[in-house]
Design a binder for this molecule. Structure first.
Ligand code: AMP
Ligand code: MG
Length: 421
């Protein structure tokens, strides 16, 4: 009884304090980013696996590309001076002395009056300074009849015309896409040094949760956060090493989290951070010896977001309501992921847009609402569909509108700030 009384008192105390200690989003992000390890690890990776990774080295071309002068088309390599005066009225006969296919080469040096049949991509033989198209000649018993002049270096690809050996190709910090992969492959590079990726663990709490596909008993709901955030993380390039449920019992949860911290660098949990009897994270963190750096951010939804460190791990504890979890994941976890992985594309991407319909609620505190932006205008789902537990109205949404504290109702035509999802 006494324990119950103390714990009730504790909850009340938390309720009173919670109105006082919320911090601003920008301050929260600062605290979060300050906890990114100062040193970044890097390692070598096969180019094949380097898509979307961030380069941890400058890259210079080890070769000239192409590595030799080559023909850009199927035709005949020859000497332009041999074609001086060639015309329909004055066709010139040239003797064909060799055939060169791509991947092969000719050791013959072309002399006056000689040509080599050559295919696209094959090395131009010495002595030749231009290539005439197959379609532009007539062939006759080992000879070609040419009735047009060609200039020096007509139809001619130069050694190094794509990239000269030693040229700076890519900088440390750049993201490798399929384009960069193609370029590096063209230079013969098959391994690159990239920044290490943090290992992530995703856990959801709540005795009411049932995994999709299982039977729903009375009082239970399907867990959406694990699927939702797992998929979001994968989409952003981080496949969690753990995706699991956390028991609603503080000491079991603390033990489990400690185990998880052995395998992951970043831990994201949802649920259990508010002020209810089962909001266990308040007890879990001291039990495991973690250091809470903030609890409560001045925004809706997801106010009770919590951030903590345990040894050199960081832990984000987000509110369990699915829309709150999505919003605070974007606002708090993403900036950390951007900094730790040095991937600027993960930073919050803000833009101004014009409201396409009314938002008929005043916003005493800062509020984030889901919406869809197209060509600079932004449409919000019906007002009744904005509760933090409602997920269905997110279909088609691609951004959050950042509504400042103290905002009146917003009319169509108002300029608002959005953050792309
Ligand atoms: P909590 O943050 O634990 O207080 O949860 C707030 C609300 O979100 C409650 O109605 C929970 O049932 C619901 N909720 C918590 N976690 C999840 C989840 N993983 N999936 C769906 N709903 C959840
Ligand atoms: Mg809960």
């Amino acid at each position: 009884m006494r324990n119950l009384y103390i714990s009730k008192l504790w909850i009340w105390e938390r309720r009173i304090i919670m109105d006082l200690i919320g911090i601003e989003l920008e301050h929260a992000i600062e605290i979060i980013k300050d906890n990114v390890p100062k040193k970044s690890k890097a390692y070598e990776l096969s180019l094949w696996d380097a898509n979307k990774r961030i380069l941890a080295e400058d890259i210079y071309s080890p070769i000239d590309n192409p590595p030799f002068d080559k023909s850009p088309l199927d035709g005949f390599a020859l000497r332009s001076q041999d074609l001086k005066g060639a015309s329909k009225a004055n066709p010139i006969r040239i003797s064909v002395v060799d055939v060169i296919y791509a991947g092969h080469y000719s050791l013959k040096e072309l002399k006056a009056g000689q040509a080599a049949r050559i295919m696209t991509g094959a090395p131009i033989p010495s002595g030749a300074d231009c290539v005439i198209r197959l379609e532009d000649v007539e062939e006759e018993d080992g000879f070609i009849i040419v009735s047009k002049e060609l200039k020096h270096h007509d139809n001619y690809c130069f050694k190094g015309e794509d990239v000269i050996k030693g040229t700076h190709i890519l900088s440390k910090g750049e993201k490798i896409t399929y384009i960069e992969q193609g370029i590096l492959a063209s230079l013969g590079i098959d391994r690159v040094k990239v920044y290490d990726k943090p290992r992530l663990a995703l856990l959801v709490t709540g005795d009411e949760l049932v995994a999709p596909g299982k039977e729903l008993a009375l009082g239970k709901i399907y867990d959406s956060n694990l699927t939702l955030l797992y998929s979001r993380l994968s989409e952003l390039g981080f496949e969690p090493v753990i995706a699991d449920y956390l028991p609603d019992n503080p000491s079991l949860a603390a033990d489990k989290l400690k185990e998880v911290c052995k395998k992951a660098d970043i831990i994201v949990t949802t649920g259990g951070v508010s002020v209810g009897d089962k909001d266990i994270l308040h007890e879990v963190l001291p039990l495991m010896g973690a250091k809470r750096l903030f609890w409560r951010v001045n925004l809706k939804p997801g106010t009770p977001a919590m951030f903590a460190t345990y040894e050199d791990r960081v832990m984000f504890h987000l509110s369990g309501n699915p829309f709150a979890a999505v919003t605070t994941f974007e606002l708090l976890v993403r900036p950390y992921l951007a900094k730790v992985s040095k991937d600027k594309d993960l930073d919050l991407n803000r833009k101004k847009a014009i409201l396409d319909n009314d938002f008929t609620k005043e916003s005493k505190g800062r509020r984030f609402i889901r919406a869809r932006e197209t060509d600079g205008t932004v449409t919000i789902p019906q007002v009744s569909k904005h509760a933090s537990g409602i997920l269905s109205s997110m279909i088609g949404c691609n951004c959050l509108i950042d509504i400042p504290a103290g905002s009146p109702k917003l009319a169509k035509g108002t300029e608002v700030e959005i953050i792309y999802l």
